[in-house]
Design a protein around this ligand. Structure first.
Ligand code: UDX
Ligand code: ADP
Length: 475
């Protein structure tokens, strides 16, 4: 252990960005380290108000208890960004880094505008020494830019910049934070790395805290997400072949997953991966490779996203083709809108693409999701019909208004429906009374299981025509 007064002074943490990453991560640090003050700030006052209320902005199993334990004790949520920066000595940056929608690198590169604004604000308000921690997923060498901004704009402060990417997955965030596979800290100053390692070391075994150089840490996060997404795209590619040949993708996944070199995780074939990270991070990786002249490497990774788009499109086309080549004016119950179960997050959800395709075919959609509010569903659908200037045509606006309804009861969604499309693997869908659903539906009663969660045999026995991912359709 390095003996240093800097290492021994009390830690005070600030986190800029109270989203899906910043909120849960800071709540866990505060819960596990009652003596450390943790102040989470965000420009979005409505979001802060929600963090201070009984209904948190992020739906995450177990998170309510974590927040309740620490909030008001050593966990604060506010919009006082400057104060929080001033009062802390470790500052996490957990702001969003969406894909750029304009200019150079549009559609691929990460938009680093929010990161840069944070760095400038930190430089502006800081005095003394601060450790600035990149929590958001960033392109390799962003820390270089952050360092330059901090050092060139600071008045009376010095900085260490660390990369500490967050590997939590939504829906299991609390467990992932409590017992992570690893914590990764990249940095140049061993003192600063140790200081942050001490925070995590309160509840995470030291051998799980990996330290690397800055660039390895930044690149590891992009690489981890690219590898995970690649596995999903790989099994989804095989699902297309299964449908054509009569093999069953879940059986294939089980057979290959028992090979200890492959392993069983992330082999669940689906309607496509979603979420705020996978697509964004791969496109980012592709952009970086192109930037460094690595054309073949860029093309290799881009194929993961191309396959995912194909999987989503293939699913909607299968629905239309199966339903006698037209879904116009037919009622389709959409089960699940979140990008995966146990989250209210809809960013890049495959459901958005499937709904858009079906609406273009003039289907009538009745959406049910246990956690996603109606307003969010409508705004996602509006956004997906917008043109590159962000304009929504009157035709599309009207289409969404007239052809989409959102209900709070899964059985109501199926009333008079011609088909059901399961787009999120919510557990409650596994125990649905398919007899009751069947009675309410039109005939033939089609079900398209985009997550392979339904008890296929029970639904078939009940009279449904069942179309699962990676299996030929059966009635
Ligand atoms: C991911 C990474 O797992 C996490 O480490 C990182 O910090 C952020 O990105 P997340 O997007 O929250 O986490 O969810 P994840 O569980 O990875 O699922 C991503 C998408 O892949 C979801 O749409 C999910 O439904 C899909 N998926 C996942 C499959 O279709 N099949 C699988 O076998 C696994
Ligand atoms: P993630 O999934 O990475 O956590 P989110 O979009 O859920 O992303 O959260 C990022 C949060 O960061 C948003 O609530 C946004 O308002 C906030 N944010 C972005 N820029 C700033 C900034 N300069 N200062 C404070 N908060 C910011």
């Amino acid at each position: 252990m390095i003996a240093s007064p800097f290492l021994n002074s009390p830690i005070k943490i600030c986190c800029i960005g109270a989203g899906y990453v910043g909120g849960p991560t800071m709540a866990m640090i505060a819960k596990q380290c009652p003596d450390i003050q943790v102040h989470v700030v965000d420009l979005n006052q409505a979001r802060i108000d929600q963090w201070n209320s009984d209904v948190l902005p992020v739906y995450e199993p177990g998170l309510d208890d974590v927040v309740r334990e620490a909030r008001g004790r050593n966990l604060t949520f506010s919009s006082r960004v400057e104060t929080a920066i001033r009062e802390s000595n470790i500052i996490f940056i957990a702001v969003n880094t969406p894909t750029k929608s304009f200019g150079i690198g549009a559609g691929r590169a990460a938009n680093l505008e929010f990161i840069e604004k944070c760095a400038r604000q930190i430089a502006e308000c800081s005095t003394g020494h601060k450790i600035v921690v990149e929590k958001s997923t960033l392109p390799v060498r962003t820390a270089e830019a952050v360092k330059r901004i901090l050092n060139s704009s600071a008045k009376d402060a010095t900085f260490d910049v660390l990369s500490n990417p967050e590997f939590l997955a939504e829906g299991t965030a609390v467990q992932d934070l409590l017992q992570p596979d690893r914590v990764l800290i990249g940095g140049e100053s061993s003192e600063a790395v140790e200081r942050l390692a001490q925070v995590y070391g309160r509840w995470i075994p030291r051998e799980k805290i990996l330290t690397t150089n800055l660039w390895s840490s930044e690149l590891s996060k992009l690489t981890a997400n690219a590898f995970l997404a690649q596995r999903v795209s790989s099994i989804n590619a095989i699902s297309a072949l299964c449908e054509a040949t009569g093999a069953d993708v879940d059986e294939v996944a089980r057979a290959i997953g028992t090979d200890s070199r492959i392993g069983p995780k992330f082999l669940k074939s689906s309607v496509g991966f979603g979420g705020s990270c996978f697509q964004k991070d791969i496109l980012n990786l592709v952009y970086l490779c192109e930037h460094f002249g690595l054309r073949e490497v860029a093309q290799y990774w881009e194929q993961v996203v191309i396959m995912n788009d194909y999987q989503k499109r293939r699913f909607s086309e299968r629905i239309v083709r199966t339903m006698f080549h037209t879904v116009s004016d037919k009622k389709i119950a959409i089960w699940g809108f979140a990008f995966k179960k146990d989250t209210n997050d809809t960013r890049e959800s495959p459901a958005i693409h499937i709904c858009r395709d079906l609406l273009e075919e003039r289907a009538r959609l009745v959406v049910y999701d246990p956690q996603v509010p109606e307003k969010q569903i409508r705004s996602e659908l509006e956004a997906c019909f917008q043109d590159s200037n962000g304009r929504l045509s009157e035709t599309h606006k009207k289409l969404i208004e007239t052809n989409v309804s959102v209900v709070k009861d899964v059985y109501v969604s199926a009333q008079e429906a011609h088909a059901i499309a399961v787009l999120t693997e919510w557990d409650e869908f596994k125990t649905i009374d398919c007899g009751r659903v069947y009675e309410e539906m039109r005939r033939p009663a089609f079900v398209f299981d985009g997550r392979n969660v339904l008890d296929r045999k029970a639904w078939l026995d009940r009279g449904f025509e069942v179309h699962s991912i990676g299996r030929p359709g059966v009635s």
